[in-house]
Design a protein around this ligand. Sequence first.
Ligand SMILES: Nc1ncnc2c1ncn2[C@@H]1O[C@H](COP(=O)(O)OP(=O)(O)O)[C@@H](O)[C@H]1O
Ligand SMILES: [Mg+2]
Length: 230
Amino acid sequence: MLDVRSIDLSYGASLCLRGVSIAVEPGSITCVLGRNGVGKSSLLRSIMGLETVGGGTVAWEGCDITRMPTAERARAGIGYVPQGREIFPFLTVQENLETALAAAPRGSSVDSEVFDLFPILRQFLRRRGGDLSGGQQQQLAIARALCARPRLLILDEPTEGIQPNVIKDIGRVIAHLAKDRGMGVLLVEQYYEFARGLADRLAIMVRGEVALSGEPAALDEDAVRRLLTV
Ligand SMILES: Nc1ncnc2c1ncn2[C@@H]1O[C@H](COP(=O)(O)OP(=O)(O)O)[C@@H](O)[C@H]1O
Ligand SMILES: [Mg+2]
């Protein structure tokens, strides 16, 4: 459903992505791994149209969206949870969720299913986003993206700075979305264990390039670990 082919991205004179290709299928989880600064977030931002790529193409459900504005990509069914969550601290949980409806089909309301996935949010509906814990904020950010009813969910380091029990909850939700609801998931991570447990495909980035990719079972674990420590 998502087919990224050979994209290049520069920030001024410095090349950030070089010929990066990656694909996501419905009902499957593709995970991009790599050390800090290798270009993972830049890749996701390029897919969302938040950065303008210098070369290559982004195709979504068979259409070339390389030059499509970000808001249209969201309306076309691509949900994005940025690194650092970016929830609105002064809005309540309910209001944060409602901000997603701009990208949802007309007449939509907050999807009550998100409260089945993240029961804590129902309990804290009137609480301000800024008063939630990091893990709760991450759950809110994912729930907000889901309110736009995406067919592809893109997540940038959802486990960053979060307690292990909440990481497990988030992992379960991601697996459920893909396996039971047929959603495509593109996940960026720094933690190999979390990624390997979830992913149908892994891609390991090193300095702006995909250095190794494939099904987790087919990849040499030592080689992966080496690439994550260089
Ligand atoms: N807006 C920007 N302007 C200039 N350089 C940037 C910008 N965003 C990221 N970079 C640089 O691009 C590289 C990749 O960053 P990023 O995509 O955030 O990596 P990652 O998510 O893998 O940690 C880093 O060297 C970073 O400093
Ligand atoms: Mg990043």
